[in-house]
Design a protein around this ligand. Sequence first.
Ligand SMILES: NC(=O)c1ccc[n+]([C@@H]2O[C@H](COP(=O)([O-])OP(=O)(O)OC[C@H]3O[C@@H](n4cnc5c(N)ncnc54)[C@H](OP(=O)(O)O)[C@@H]3O)[C@@H](O)[C@H]2O)c1
Length: 218
Amino acid sequence: MVPSVDGRIVLRGWKVSQAALVREYERTAATLRGDAWIVGRVSMEPYAGRARIPVRAGGGHIPRTDFVARSDAPSYAIAIDPSGKLRWESASIDEEHVVTVLTKKVPDRYLAFLRTKGVSYLFGGKERIDLAAVLRKLRRRFGIRRLLLEGGGKINGSFLAAGLVDELSILVAPVADGSVGTPALFDAPGARPPSRGLRLLSVQRRPGDLVWLRYAVR
Ligand SMILES: NC(=O)c1ccc[n+]([C@@H]2O[C@H](COP(=O)([O-])OP(=O)(O)OC[C@H]3O[C@@H](n4cnc5c(N)ncnc54)[C@H](OP(=O)(O)O)[C@@H]3O)[C@@H](O)[C@H]2O)c1
């Protein structure tokens, strides 16, 4: 993740070279050797595209069972999209196969759309997503063992609250954002903050006045 010094994560309007931030983000992320990356529905929107979801005439009920279109990809791009809002144009982002995590409340029409596109999908719960169960499925169905959680704040917050973050890798951008109410590094659901202690693993100065911090979650 690339937060400002005050923990905000929406890069728009920051007076730094976004290309430089993205370059350094990709460089450091590559060293983490993830089998896959996962993001929330909002963060995935720019990557998914805006395909039209066809109206479905007939075809019957589609069972709410997981659909694996491909399990031999070099990497996987995963979204948490409980209501089926992402309008995938393709089943891959670069070479990475798309897997989307849904709840069982999504309409048949949306499942038919994903199947036509060749996008794999998993059910993460009936009405709500059970993240621990999702991780078990990702491992069982796709062999994913090392998963990079790449934002935004809501998905990060829900993983933190569920106790499912082992390590933090953070590139602090040389920006004081100052906004109120915009997404932050962790925006956990519920009234009780899940606050976790961290153990510092490393600190590194990176090009562009970035600081790369790595922590283990205690
Ligand atoms: N600086 C960085 O490094 C960085 C990295 C990534 C993203 N970002 C920025 O972060 C912003 C988006 O952050 P965000 O917090 O608004 O959104 P987000 O975490 O990307 O997506 C949130 C949405 O994902 C679904 N979702 C995530 N976790 C879920 C869970 N546990 N259970 C059920 N649904 C879940 C929900 O979709 P529904 O709303 O459909 O229910 C939720 O509203 C964007 O501006 C993006 O550019 C910054």
